[in-house]
Write a protein that binds this ligand. Sequence first.
Ligand SMILES: C=C(CC[C@@H](C)[C@H]1CC[C@H]2C3=CC[C@H]4[C@H](C)[C@@H](O)CC[C@]4(C)[C@H]3CC[C@]12C)C(C)C
Ligand SMILES: C[S@@+](CC[C@H](N)C(=O)[O-])C[C@H]1O[C@@H](n2cnc3c(N)ncnc32)[C@H](O)[C@@H]1O
Length: 363
Amino acid sequence: MDSLTLFCTASLLAGGLYWFVYILGSAEQQGKRAVHLSGGSIAKEKVQDTYKQYWSFFRRPKEIETAERVPAFVDTFYNLVTDIYEWGWGQSFHFSPSIPGKSHRDATRIHEEMAVDLLNVKPGAKILDAGCGVGGPMRAIAAHSGANVVGITINEYQVNRARMHNKKAGLDKLCEVVCGNFLQMPFDDNSFDGAYSIEATCHAPKLEEVYGEIYRVLKPGSMYVSYEWVTTELYRGDDPEHVEVIQGIERGDALPGLRNYKDIAEVAKKVGFEVVQEKDLAKPPANPWWTRLKMGRIAYWRNHIMITVLAWLGIAPKGVVDVHEMLFVTADYLTRGGETGIFTPMHMILCRKPERKPDSSSD
Ligand SMILES: C=C(CC[C@@H](C)[C@H]1CC[C@H]2C3=CC[C@H]4[C@H](C)[C@@H](O)CC[C@]4(C)[C@H]3CC[C@]12C)C(C)C
Ligand SMILES: C[S@@+](CC[C@H](N)C(=O)[O-])C[C@H]1O[C@@H](n2cnc3c(N)ncnc32)[C@H](O)[C@@H]1O
């Protein structure tokens, strides 16, 4: 082989590798590189066992139903998935309707800004983000509205990531992150001017517990908006395919049991809220939220190969390959849930805490 042929072959290989790794199906805004994938707060050598432990919860579904054990189970899940989510999806851990001509990043931001617009808060107001992840929505919302956002997440690793991103974005004056359980929040009664939760309260074993807490910390007259994961009116509990899809979504997303859309407003009213509006934001004319998951198929394979190689080299923890595999399967269930219309991750409910308690006497 002469030196020109050798040079051309080497250039082609290098170009192909660059295309495969960086260009092909690249993720949106990556806060993570593959070489930095970890098991969150879990020690590298314990990731594989922790993943097995996560699955064992589903062998004893009764335990998932035991409310006290759920936050720990959810915390374990986010230790396992947070880096992969950030690496392969971005800093906002939720879906949004796709918008023709707009990037996923813009569609995500628009979906987030809509939440705070519904709250009708002024710059300087103090609002709560219940289940804030690594703070993608929090930063978009603070920048858009000028409100001070306090986020709470059960996962300490996410708290550190969110604080780091807030600082990097120059938004740490507006955004604060607290590690805690949204079923028992470390905040005073009547202390927030608004609250939102984006695809987070589905992790609560009993919705009334988290809605009750949000109601408690809100000032009377202020608003709460939530984007809920629910089964829709098309879901049939006696259809084995529907059941398989919903159980697949629950297992791959640490959910103690998906609720039906009808339960949401009922619970909101039960804890004292007035329901102002309720709407499935996935319904037409919105464009499908699941196309982003489907379009990424080649990227998933690229990611799988990269993770496998990194784990084999000892750079990534061994269990990360299993976690990635689980997410790959979950993406398929989520897509089937979207395509059949039996599931939506964006059932929006807008509530108000009344000026007076409904049962208080009017003397
Ligand atoms: C609200 C929740 C999370 C919603 C989504 C942010 C995530 C649900 C499924 C995740 C993913 C599935 C496939 C992964 C892929 C195999 C990998 O290569 C890159 C990351 C994924 C695309 C990953 C990204 C985040 C999700 C879309 C739940 C938990 C309540
Ligand atoms: C799918 S993520 C969504 C994060 C964020 N809302 C976003 O859209 O990027 C769900 C979030 O809810 C949080 N969460 C779940 N159960 C919780 C609990 N009991 N207390 C506090 N946070 C919780 C998780 O830690 C995670 O941050």
